[in-house]
Design a binder for this molecule. Structure first.
Ligand SMILES: [Ca+2]
Ligand SMILES: [Ca+2]
Length: 271
């Protein structure tokens, strides 16, 4: 998939641009089927498809018209809620400011997950407080280059036992976005497609032609569960939290359905 974008001053999408208020707003259909208004005073969206976007005093997104977000004093996401204030998930962080745990409410995503790190790389995930690992990850030379996911299918103490685990391999494109997860026999279990800014789709079936990545593939917006394999890694090799709709870039989060990275996090150290 190839799309072409043009940009006005300050990096705002210019395609079909229409000035709503020459002093403050630009409005444009930016090629993502989303009519957006951008307030150039604080470089943030005011409306997206008619839904008002609100922010706290630190510039963190607090309501995108679908979900509400609550941030702590360190600009870290602590809660996601529905528009009707139903709790979706809460997020906890460790002393190194890493995403240490998420607790998802029933009906709003997958299980609760605890993360075990080596530096900034997740080496293990445990679902629902289990003492045994649920998934383990092997990485390459780059920080966002997962090579393998070892899934503990029988819930015992091992993610690599021959009869109770499954090893899946990551296929990444030149910007490290994961486009497929394959089994040991090269069978594609999950496939993904992205727009240039990280909006993504899960390809669940290769369609009548039997070939992946063609127009007839069955594709759906990537939600929760993020994949049938519970793979967390998507755009540029970063984690996607389907329940919140946000992509975790360590000290920042990205709203994948928008075309710019929403400010979240105040640069609390290196990413
Ligand atoms: Ca096992
Ligand atoms: Ca196909």
């Amino acid at each position: 998939m190839r799309e072409v974008y043009q940009f006005a001053d300050m990096g705002f999408p210019e395609q079909d641009r229409e000035s709503v208020d020459s002093t403050e707003w630009y409005r444009g259909n930016c090629g993502i089927s989303a009519l957006m208004c951008v307030n150039i005073t604080f470089n943030g969206y005011v409306f997206v498809v008619g839904a008002a976007q609100t922010y706290d005093d630190s510039g963190n997104l607090t309501n995108d018209g679908t979900r509400k977000y609550k941030w702590d004093a360190f600009n870290r996401l602590r809660e996601a809620r529905t528009e009707n204030d139903a709790l979706i998930a809460t997020y906890l962080y460790d002393a190194a400011n890493r995403h240490a745990r998420k607790d998802c409410e029933s009906g709003y995503g997958g299980p609760d997950v605890e993360y075990c790190y080596d530096g900034w790389q997740i080496v293990e995930e445990r679902d629902n407080g289990a003492s045994n690992p649920t998934r383990q990850f092997v990485y390459g030379a780059y920080i966002d280059e997962p090579l393998a996911l070892d899934w503990n299918t029988d819930g015992d103490a091992s993610c690599v036992d021959p009869d109770g685990s499954l090893r899946l391999f990551y296929c990444q494109n030149p910007i490290y976005s994961v486009y497929a997860l394959t089994g040991p026999d090269a069978t594609i279990y999950d496939a993904y497609e992205y727009d240039p800014y990280g909006k993504h789709w899960l390809l669940s079936d290769p369609g009548w032609d039997g070939a992946w990545f063609t127009d007839d593939d069955a594709r759906a917006p990537l939600g929760e569960p993020a994949s049938g394999m519970r793979n967390p890694y998507t755009f540029t090799g970063r984690e996607f939290d389907g329940e919140s709709g946000l992509c975790y870039f360590r000290n920042r989060l990205s709203q994948a359905t928008l075309t710019i990275q929403e400010a979240a996090g105040a640069g609390l150290g290196s990413e």
